[in-house]
Design a protein around this ligand. Structure first.
Ligand code: FVT
Ligand code: MG
Length: 331
Protein backbone atom coordinates (compact mmCIF):
# COMPACT_ATOMS: atom_id res chain seq x y z
CA UNK A 1 0.00 0.00 0.00
CA UNK A 2 1.31 3.44 -0.90
CA UNK A 3 0.17 6.07 1.51
CA UNK A 4 -1.71 9.06 0.16
CA UNK A 5 -2.59 12.45 1.63
CA UNK A 6 -2.83 13.25 4.52
CA UNK A 7 -0.51 10.39 5.62
CA UNK A 8 1.83 11.26 2.78
CA UNK A 9 2.88 14.89 2.77
CA UNK A 10 5.81 15.30 0.41
CA UNK A 11 6.28 18.81 1.76
CA UNK A 12 7.23 17.31 5.16
CA UNK A 13 10.81 16.49 4.09
CA UNK A 14 11.14 19.87 2.37
CA UNK A 15 10.28 21.94 5.43
CA UNK A 16 13.81 22.65 6.67
CA UNK A 17 17.21 23.18 5.10
CA UNK A 18 18.78 20.25 6.98
CA UNK A 19 16.03 17.93 5.79
CA UNK A 20 16.31 19.11 2.19
CA UNK A 21 20.05 18.48 2.36
CA UNK A 22 19.47 15.02 3.81
CA UNK A 23 17.02 14.04 1.08
CA UNK A 24 18.84 15.51 -1.90
CA UNK A 25 19.34 12.72 -4.43
CA UNK A 26 22.34 14.02 -6.38
CA UNK A 27 25.13 16.49 -5.73
CA UNK A 28 27.42 18.49 -7.96
CA UNK A 29 31.01 18.85 -6.77
CA UNK A 30 34.14 20.42 -8.30
CA UNK A 31 35.25 16.86 -9.13
CA UNK A 32 32.39 16.66 -11.65
CA UNK A 33 33.75 19.51 -13.77
CA UNK A 34 35.94 19.70 -16.86
CA UNK A 35 37.12 23.25 -17.65
CA UNK A 36 37.48 24.14 -21.36
CA UNK A 37 40.26 26.65 -22.00
CA UNK A 38 41.32 28.51 -25.15
CA UNK A 39 45.03 28.81 -25.91
CA UNK A 40 46.59 31.58 -27.98
CA UNK A 41 50.13 32.52 -29.04
CA UNK A 42 52.40 34.90 -27.16
CA UNK A 43 53.28 35.45 -23.56
CA UNK A 44 51.35 37.34 -20.92
CA UNK A 45 48.40 37.49 -23.31
CA UNK A 46 44.76 37.53 -22.23
CA UNK A 47 42.20 38.10 -24.98
CA UNK A 48 38.58 38.40 -23.77
CA UNK A 49 36.04 36.80 -26.11
CA UNK A 50 33.19 39.23 -26.72
CA UNK A 51 30.49 36.63 -27.39
CA UNK A 52 31.61 34.63 -24.35
CA UNK A 53 31.71 37.30 -21.63
CA UNK A 54 33.97 36.28 -18.76
CA UNK A 55 35.97 33.82 -20.89
CA UNK A 56 39.36 34.65 -22.40
CA UNK A 57 41.98 33.12 -24.60
CA UNK A 58 45.26 32.79 -22.70
CA UNK A 59 48.82 32.38 -23.86
CA UNK A 60 50.53 29.23 -22.58
CA UNK A 61 51.78 30.91 -19.38
CA UNK A 62 48.21 31.99 -18.61
CA UNK A 63 46.94 28.48 -19.33
CA UNK A 64 49.45 27.16 -16.78
CA UNK A 65 48.12 29.67 -14.25
CA UNK A 66 44.57 28.46 -14.97
CA UNK A 67 45.74 24.86 -14.53
CA UNK A 68 47.20 25.66 -11.10
CA UNK A 69 43.94 27.43 -10.23
CA UNK A 70 41.97 24.35 -11.30
CA UNK A 71 44.11 22.10 -9.10
CA UNK A 72 43.50 24.42 -6.15
CA UNK A 73 39.76 24.40 -6.86
CA UNK A 74 39.56 20.60 -7.08
CA UNK A 75 38.71 20.56 -10.80
CA UNK A 76 40.11 17.25 -12.09
CA UNK A 77 40.46 17.93 -15.80
CA UNK A 78 41.01 20.65 -18.39
CA UNK A 79 39.90 20.61 -22.05
CA UNK A 80 42.20 22.56 -24.37
CA UNK A 81 41.34 24.34 -27.62
CA UNK A 82 43.80 26.31 -29.74
CA UNK A 83 43.26 29.61 -31.50
CA UNK A 84 45.55 28.87 -34.44
CA UNK A 85 47.09 31.84 -36.23
CA UNK A 86 45.66 32.40 -39.71
CA UNK A 87 49.02 31.76 -41.39
CA UNK A 88 49.20 28.31 -39.79
CA UNK A 89 45.78 27.29 -41.08
CA UNK A 90 45.54 25.33 -44.33
CA UNK A 91 43.07 23.35 -46.40
CA UNK A 92 44.38 20.10 -44.93
CA UNK A 93 44.85 21.33 -41.35
CA UNK A 94 48.39 19.97 -41.23
CA UNK A 95 49.29 22.17 -38.26
CA UNK A 96 47.35 19.60 -36.20
CA UNK A 97 50.26 17.22 -36.81
CA UNK A 98 53.00 19.66 -35.81
CA UNK A 99 54.64 18.33 -32.61
CA UNK A 100 55.44 21.92 -31.63
CA UNK A 101 51.97 23.36 -32.23
CA UNK A 102 50.18 25.51 -29.67
CA UNK A 103 48.29 22.56 -28.19
CA UNK A 104 51.42 20.46 -27.68
CA UNK A 105 53.25 23.37 -26.06
CA UNK A 106 50.30 23.97 -23.73
CA UNK A 107 50.06 20.29 -22.80
CA UNK A 108 53.76 20.10 -21.96
CA UNK A 109 53.72 23.34 -19.98
CA UNK A 110 50.77 22.16 -17.87
CA UNK A 111 52.43 18.80 -17.31
CA UNK A 112 55.69 20.48 -16.26
CA UNK A 113 53.84 22.73 -13.81
CA UNK A 114 51.23 20.37 -12.40
CA UNK A 115 52.49 16.83 -13.02
CA UNK A 116 49.66 14.35 -12.70
CA UNK A 117 47.62 16.60 -10.41
CA UNK A 118 45.27 17.39 -13.30
CA UNK A 119 44.00 15.56 -16.37
CA UNK A 120 44.43 17.07 -19.82
CA UNK A 121 41.70 16.38 -22.37
CA UNK A 122 42.47 17.30 -25.96
CA UNK A 123 39.96 17.81 -28.72
CA UNK A 124 40.52 15.92 -31.96
CA UNK A 125 39.05 17.57 -35.06
CA UNK A 126 40.57 19.78 -37.71
CA UNK A 127 38.39 22.90 -37.43
CA UNK A 128 40.92 24.93 -35.39
CA UNK A 129 43.52 24.22 -38.10
CA UNK A 130 41.66 24.41 -41.42
CA UNK A 131 41.33 27.49 -43.57
CA UNK A 132 37.69 26.54 -44.31
CA UNK A 133 36.64 25.87 -40.71
CA UNK A 134 35.35 22.35 -41.38
CA UNK A 135 36.37 19.53 -39.04
CA UNK A 136 37.89 17.41 -41.81
CA UNK A 137 39.25 17.29 -45.36
CA UNK A 138 36.90 18.82 -47.92
CA UNK A 139 36.75 17.45 -51.48
CA UNK A 140 36.09 19.50 -54.60
CA UNK A 141 32.34 19.03 -54.16
CA UNK A 142 32.60 20.56 -50.68
CA UNK A 143 31.95 17.26 -48.93
CA UNK A 144 33.99 16.32 -45.86
CA UNK A 145 35.70 13.03 -46.77
CA UNK A 146 35.35 10.47 -43.99
CA UNK A 147 38.19 7.98 -44.35
CA UNK A 148 40.86 10.43 -45.47
CA UNK A 149 39.93 12.64 -42.52
CA UNK A 150 40.22 9.70 -40.11
CA UNK A 151 43.82 9.17 -41.23
CA UNK A 152 44.69 12.75 -40.26
CA UNK A 153 42.77 12.51 -36.97
CA UNK A 154 44.84 9.46 -36.04
CA UNK A 155 48.00 11.51 -36.61
CA UNK A 156 46.55 14.39 -34.59
CA UNK A 157 45.71 12.03 -31.72
CA UNK A 158 49.19 10.49 -31.65
CA UNK A 159 50.69 13.97 -31.70
CA UNK A 160 48.62 14.98 -28.67
CA UNK A 161 49.32 11.72 -26.83
CA UNK A 162 53.07 12.10 -27.43
CA UNK A 163 52.89 15.59 -25.91
CA UNK A 164 51.24 14.12 -22.81
CA UNK A 165 47.46 14.28 -23.29
CA UNK A 166 45.51 12.02 -20.92
CA UNK A 167 42.16 11.92 -22.71
CA UNK A 168 41.79 12.07 -26.47
CA UNK A 169 38.37 13.49 -27.30
CA UNK A 170 37.42 13.16 -30.97
CA UNK A 171 34.76 15.76 -31.73
CA UNK A 172 34.72 15.40 -35.52
CA UNK A 173 31.88 12.85 -35.90
CA UNK A 174 33.63 10.89 -38.66
CA UNK A 175 32.59 7.23 -38.76
CA UNK A 176 35.18 4.76 -37.50
CA UNK A 177 37.57 7.26 -35.96
CA UNK A 178 37.39 5.90 -32.42
CA UNK A 179 38.54 2.43 -33.49
CA UNK A 180 41.30 3.84 -35.69
CA UNK A 181 42.56 6.11 -32.90
CA UNK A 182 42.38 3.31 -30.30
CA UNK A 183 44.43 0.97 -32.52
CA UNK A 184 47.03 3.63 -33.15
CA UNK A 185 47.31 4.54 -29.45
CA UNK A 186 47.83 0.87 -28.54
CA UNK A 187 50.50 0.42 -31.22
CA UNK A 188 52.25 3.64 -30.22
CA UNK A 189 52.60 2.72 -26.53
CA UNK A 190 49.70 4.79 -25.18
CA UNK A 191 47.60 1.99 -23.72
CA UNK A 192 46.48 4.15 -20.78
CA UNK A 193 45.51 7.20 -22.80
CA UNK A 194 41.72 7.35 -22.64
CA UNK A 195 39.24 8.15 -25.37
CA UNK A 196 36.19 10.24 -24.53
CA UNK A 197 34.27 10.31 -27.76
CA UNK A 198 31.97 13.10 -28.69
CA UNK A 199 29.59 10.28 -29.63
CA UNK A 200 26.36 12.22 -30.00
CA UNK A 201 27.32 15.64 -31.24
CA UNK A 202 24.51 17.55 -32.86
CA UNK A 203 24.65 20.09 -35.69
CA UNK A 204 23.60 22.81 -33.28
CA UNK A 205 23.06 26.56 -33.37
CA UNK A 206 24.61 26.78 -29.90
CA UNK A 207 28.27 26.70 -31.02
CA UNK A 208 28.63 30.29 -32.25
CA UNK A 209 30.78 31.79 -29.46
CA UNK A 210 33.12 28.77 -29.54
CA UNK A 211 33.81 29.45 -33.20
CA UNK A 212 34.72 33.02 -32.26
CA UNK A 213 37.02 31.67 -29.57
CA UNK A 214 39.00 29.37 -31.88
CA UNK A 215 38.77 31.85 -34.75
CA UNK A 216 36.81 29.71 -37.20
CA UNK A 217 33.48 31.58 -37.31
CA UNK A 218 34.41 33.89 -40.18
CA UNK A 219 36.10 31.05 -42.09
CA UNK A 220 33.33 28.46 -41.99
CA UNK A 221 31.50 28.06 -45.25
CA UNK A 222 28.26 26.13 -45.14
CA UNK A 223 27.37 23.98 -42.15
CA UNK A 224 28.35 20.69 -40.52
CA UNK A 225 25.13 18.78 -41.15
CA UNK A 226 26.73 16.00 -43.21
CA UNK A 227 28.63 14.77 -40.17
CA UNK A 228 27.10 16.21 -37.00
CA UNK A 229 23.72 14.80 -35.99
CA UNK A 230 20.26 16.06 -36.84
CA UNK A 231 18.66 17.64 -33.73
CA UNK A 232 15.51 15.59 -34.34
CA UNK A 233 17.21 12.24 -33.78
CA UNK A 234 17.50 10.24 -30.58
CA UNK A 235 17.57 6.59 -31.71
CA UNK A 236 20.49 7.49 -33.95
CA UNK A 237 22.38 8.83 -30.92
CA UNK A 238 22.13 5.40 -29.32
CA UNK A 239 23.61 3.83 -32.45
CA UNK A 240 26.44 6.38 -32.43
CA UNK A 241 27.20 5.57 -28.80
CA UNK A 242 26.99 1.81 -29.39
CA UNK A 243 29.51 2.00 -32.23
CA UNK A 244 31.96 4.21 -30.33
CA UNK A 245 31.85 1.89 -27.32
CA UNK A 246 32.42 -1.12 -29.57
CA UNK A 247 35.41 0.70 -31.07
CA UNK A 248 36.96 1.28 -27.66
CA UNK A 249 35.68 4.57 -26.24
CA UNK A 250 36.17 4.72 -22.45
CA UNK A 251 33.46 7.33 -22.02
CA UNK A 252 31.02 9.11 -24.27
CA UNK A 253 29.82 12.66 -24.55
CA UNK A 254 26.51 14.25 -25.47
CA UNK A 255 26.70 17.74 -26.90
CA UNK A 256 25.16 20.33 -26.52
CA UNK A 257 24.04 19.83 -22.92
CA UNK A 258 20.71 21.03 -21.56
CA UNK A 259 18.76 20.93 -24.85
CA UNK A 260 19.86 17.28 -25.21
CA UNK A 261 19.44 16.09 -21.62
CA UNK A 262 17.01 13.44 -22.84
CA UNK A 263 19.82 11.95 -24.91
CA UNK A 264 22.13 11.82 -21.88
CA UNK A 265 19.43 9.99 -19.89
CA UNK A 266 18.79 7.49 -22.66
CA UNK A 267 22.49 6.81 -23.22
CA UNK A 268 23.06 6.26 -19.50
CA UNK A 269 20.06 3.95 -19.21
CA UNK A 270 20.91 1.98 -22.35
CA UNK A 271 24.64 1.47 -21.78
CA UNK A 272 25.51 2.22 -18.14
CA UNK A 273 28.86 3.74 -19.15
CA UNK A 274 30.42 7.05 -18.08
CA UNK A 275 28.48 9.79 -19.88
CA UNK A 276 29.64 13.40 -20.02
CA UNK A 277 27.71 16.42 -21.24
CA UNK A 278 29.17 19.52 -22.85
CA UNK A 279 27.34 22.65 -21.74
CA UNK A 280 28.44 24.49 -24.85
CA UNK A 281 29.34 28.09 -25.53
CA UNK A 282 25.85 29.16 -26.60
CA UNK A 283 24.41 27.77 -23.38
CA UNK A 284 27.01 29.68 -21.37
CA UNK A 285 26.24 32.83 -23.35
CA UNK A 286 22.50 32.40 -22.72
CA UNK A 287 23.06 32.30 -18.97
CA UNK A 288 25.34 35.35 -19.11
CA UNK A 289 22.81 37.21 -21.28
CA UNK A 290 20.05 36.38 -18.82
CA UNK A 291 22.18 37.69 -15.96
CA UNK A 292 23.04 40.87 -17.89
CA UNK A 293 19.34 41.42 -18.62
CA UNK A 294 18.43 41.03 -14.97
CA UNK A 295 16.39 37.94 -15.81
CA UNK A 296 18.22 35.60 -13.46
CA UNK A 297 20.93 35.25 -10.86
CA UNK A 298 24.21 33.79 -12.12
CA UNK A 299 25.20 31.58 -9.20
CA UNK A 300 21.77 29.97 -8.94
CA UNK A 301 21.45 29.46 -12.70
CA UNK A 302 24.89 27.90 -12.94
CA UNK A 303 24.46 25.51 -10.04
CA UNK A 304 20.95 24.48 -11.08
CA UNK A 305 21.98 23.68 -14.65
CA UNK A 306 25.00 21.69 -13.48
CA UNK A 307 22.90 19.75 -10.99
CA UNK A 308 20.52 18.86 -13.83
CA UNK A 309 23.35 17.04 -15.62
CA UNK A 310 24.08 14.98 -12.53
CA UNK A 311 20.39 14.18 -12.10
CA UNK A 312 20.33 13.00 -15.72
CA UNK A 313 23.05 10.50 -14.88
CA UNK A 314 26.14 12.28 -16.20
CA UNK A 315 29.51 11.54 -14.63
CA UNK A 316 30.60 15.08 -15.32
CA UNK A 317 30.13 18.26 -17.32
CA UNK A 318 32.36 20.33 -19.56
CA UNK A 319 31.43 23.90 -18.74
CA UNK A 320 32.93 27.36 -19.19
CA UNK A 321 31.51 28.12 -15.74
CA UNK A 322 33.74 25.43 -14.18
CA UNK A 323 36.02 27.69 -12.15
CA UNK A 324 33.14 29.89 -10.98
CA UNK A 325 31.06 26.85 -10.03
CA UNK A 326 33.98 25.20 -8.23
CA UNK A 327 34.51 28.40 -6.24
CA UNK A 328 30.83 28.43 -5.24
CA UNK A 329 30.87 24.76 -4.35
CA UNK A 330 34.08 24.99 -2.38
CA UNK A 331 32.89 27.95 -0.35
N1 FVT B 1 34.67 20.54 -30.12
C1 FVT B 1 34.35 21.43 -29.09
C2 FVT B 1 33.24 22.33 -29.46
O1 FVT B 1 32.80 22.32 -30.60
C3 FVT B 1 32.66 23.22 -28.40
C4 FVT B 1 31.40 23.89 -28.83
C5 FVT B 1 30.92 24.99 -27.92
O2 FVT B 1 31.36 25.16 -26.78
O3 FVT B 1 30.07 25.72 -28.41
MG1 MG C 1 30.07 8.17 -34.77
Amino acid sequence: MIASYPQARLRRTRATAWSRALHREVLITPADLIWPLFVTEGSGVEQPIASLPGVSRWSVDGIVARAREAVDLGIPCLALFPNTQAERRSDDGREALNPDNLMCRAIKAIRDACGDAIGILTDVALDPYTSHGQDGLVNTAGYVENDATVDVLVGQSLNQAAAGADIIAPSDMMDGRVGAIRDALERDGHANVQIMSYAAKYASAFYGPFRDAVGSRGLLKGDKKTYQMDPGNAEEALREVELDLAEGADSVMVKPGLPYLDIAVRVKEAFGVPVFAYQVSGEYAMIEAAVAAGAGERDALVLETLLAFKRAGCSGVLTYHAAHAARLLGA
